[in-house]
Write a protein that binds this ligand. Structure first.
Ligand SMILES: *Cc1c(COP(=O)(O)O)cnc(C)c1O
Length: 421
C-alpha cells in the first residue's frame, strides 16, 4: 500500500527504528538486474516470458500474463470477462481502492458486500444474497452483476468453495484479487487445495514493494481460459494482435504490426521480471519466515484479553498481521495505540480504511458509515504490525514487548475495570 510506504519513510528515523515493511532483496536480484542491463534488452522480452512460465508452473495455471501492476491486471481481467458500462461488480469494501476502481475504469459500479468479522474476508452468505436479490439500493433492478472479486485479505484465502458455487449458480465469473495471497492455497469446489488466484475465471497477483514477493511494481494475471488469456495479452500492449502479426512474420518486415483494439500500456519490463524470477525462486523460504513470525506473535499474544488475533490457518500467506483492539478494554483508542507504537520506533499501519468511507465512493453512492458495519468495526480497531522475512528474532521480540507494554499500561479490563496481574 502506498500509505504503508509513506508511513515507513516519513517517520523520523532513530537508528533503532523497525520499519513497517521492507522488501527481501539480495545478491540474486542484484545480479539478475545487472544481467538484463548489460543484455541491451530492457523492456518486455525473454526474461518476462521465463518469469511467466515459471510463475504458471508454481501455481499450476495454464496461462500467466505479466503486467505492470495488479491494478492493471484487475482492469484487464474485468475487461476480458466482459464487464461493461452500467454493470455491477461485487467486491469487499475492506480492501485497497484498486480492487473497486477498476470497475469504474469500465463504467461499471462496485457492489460492496460486507465482510465476515472473523476472517475479514467477504461473507459468502451475503454474496449469495446479493446475487439473488433483484432490487438493490442505489442501482436499477435490471443492472447486471458481471463479476465477483473476492479479496484474500492479509493472505487468508476466502471461502472459495462457497463463492464458486454461488457464482456458478448465477453465471457470474470470479476474478480473484490475490494481491495478498501468494503463495498460498485455498479449498475449491472439488474439495482439493489449489493456489489462491487459480480458482476463479482469472486471478491477479501484486508485486508491489510491500507484497510477499516484489518486482518494485508489477503484477501477474493467471487463467485457465484460453479466450481470457488471449484478450489480456492483446489489451496489455496497445491492442496489437501478435497472432495476426506472427502469422506473417516470416514473410513480412520486422516493422509491421496490426492494431485491432485501443489497448493499454500494461506490460512488465524484463528488468522487473528479472527481480521477479529471483523472488519467485525464494518464495517458499520467504513464506516459511513469515509463518514463523506469525506463529511467534500468535503464541505471544494468546493471553492478552484486550485484543483479537487474526484467524490462523495452515494456508495463510501472512502478507499482513493484524491485531484488533477490543473496544472498552483499553483506555486509549486505535489511533493512540499506533501513535504509541511509532513513538517507540515500531512502524504500524491500518488495513483498511473501508472504501465506503472514502470521499469518492461516499459521494458517488451516498454511503453511510453503518452501511457496512463489519468493515467499519474492523477498521476502527485494527492495527497492522510489521511482518516480513527480514525481521530478526530480536526485532520480533521487541515488537511483542512493545505491543504488550502499551496494552498493559492502558488496560481498563472488562466490566469490573480491574487491571489483570
Ligand atoms: C496492493 C493491492 C492491490 C494493487 O496492487 P498493485 O500491484 O499496487 O496495483 C490490489 N488489491 C489489494 C488488496 C492490494 O493490497
Amino acid at each position: 500500500m502506498p500509505t504503508s510506504l509513506r508511513s515507513t519513510m516519513s517517520t523520523k528515523s532513530p537508528s533503532t527504528e523497525i520499519p513497517f515493511a521492507l522488501p527481501s532483496i539480495g545478491p540474486e536480484e542484484e545480479a539478475a538486474v545487472i544481467e538484463v542491463l548489460r543484455s541491451g534488452w530492457l523492456t518486455t522480452g525473454r526474461v518476462t516470458e521465463s518469469f511467466e512460465r515459471e510463475f504458471a508452473a508454481v501455481v499450476g495455471a495454464r496461462h500467466a500474463l505479466a503486467v505492470s501492476s495488479a491494478t492493471a491486471g484487475l482492469h484487464l481481467s474485468l475487461e476480458a470477462v466482459g464487464v461493461r458500462p452500467g454493470d455491477l461488480v461485487i467486491t469487499s469494501p475492506y480492501t485497497f481502492t484498486a480492487t473497486a476502481e477498476v470497475a469504474r475504469y469500465l463504467g461499471a459500479h462496485p457492489l460492496f458486500v460486507d465482510i465476515d468479522p472473523a476472517s475479514l474476508n467477504i461473507d459468502p452468505e451475503r454474496v449469495e444474497e446479493a446475487l439473488r436479490l433483484r432490487r438493490r439500493a442505489r442501482f436499477p433492478a435490471k443492472a447486471r452483476i458481471a463479476a465477483l472479486i473476492p479479496v484474500h485479505f492479509a493472505g487468508l484465502p476466502c471461502a472459495m468453495a462457497a463463492l464458486l458455487e454461488a457464482a456458478r449458480r448465477h453465471g457470474v465469473p470470479i476474478v480473484e484479487d490475490a494481491a495478498h495471497a501468494f503463495p498460498v492455497r485455498a479449498r475449491g469446489a472439488d474439495g482439493a487445495l489449489h493456489f489462491a488466484g487459480t480458482l476463479g475465471s482469472a486471478g491477479v497477483y501484486s508485486f508491489y514493494a510491500t507484497k510477499t514477493i516484489t518486482t518494485g511494481e508489477g503484477g501477474m494475471v493467471v487463467t485457465e481460459d484460453e479466450r481470457i488469456a488471449r484478450r489480456v495479452s492483446l489489451m496489455r500492449l496497445h491492442g496489437i494482435d501478435r497472432q495476426v502479426w506472427d502469422r506473417y512474420t516470416s514473410k513480412r518486415p520486422g516493422w509491421e504490426y496490426q492494431v485491432v483494439e485501443a489497448g493499454y500500456k500494461y506490460n512488465l519490463t524484463d528488468l522487473a521480471s528479472a527481480v521477479g524470477r529471483a523472488q519467485l525462486a525464494k518464495a517458499r523460504g520467504l513464506l516459511e519466515r513469515r509463518r514463523a513470525i506469525a506463529e511467534r506473535y500468535l503464541s505471544a499474544f494468546a493471553e492478552a484479553d484486550w485484543l483479537t488475533l487474526p484467524l490462523s490457518s495452515d494456508e495463510h500467506a501472512w502478507h499482513l498481521f493484524t491485531l484488533r483492539l477490543i473496544p472498552g478494554r483499553l483506555t486509549i483508542d486505535r489511533d493512540e495505540f499506533i501513535r504509541s507504537l511509532m513513538e517507540q520506533g515500531i512502524g504500524a499501519s491500518v488495513h483498511f480504511i473501508p472504501l465506503h468511507l472514502m470521499p469518492y465512493y461516499r459521494n458517488l453512492y451516498g454511503f453511510k458509515p453503518q452501511d457496512y458495519p463489519n468493515a467499519l468495526r474492523a477498521f476502527q480497531n485494527v492495527v497492522s504490525i510489521p511482518i516480513y522475512p527480514g525481521l530478526t528474532d530480536d526485532q520480533v521480540e521487541r515488537i511483542i514487548n512493545t505491543v504488550k507494554s502499551i496494552g498493559e499500561r492502558h488496560y481498563r479490563g472488562g466490566s469490573d475495570g480491574a487491571p489483570r496481574g
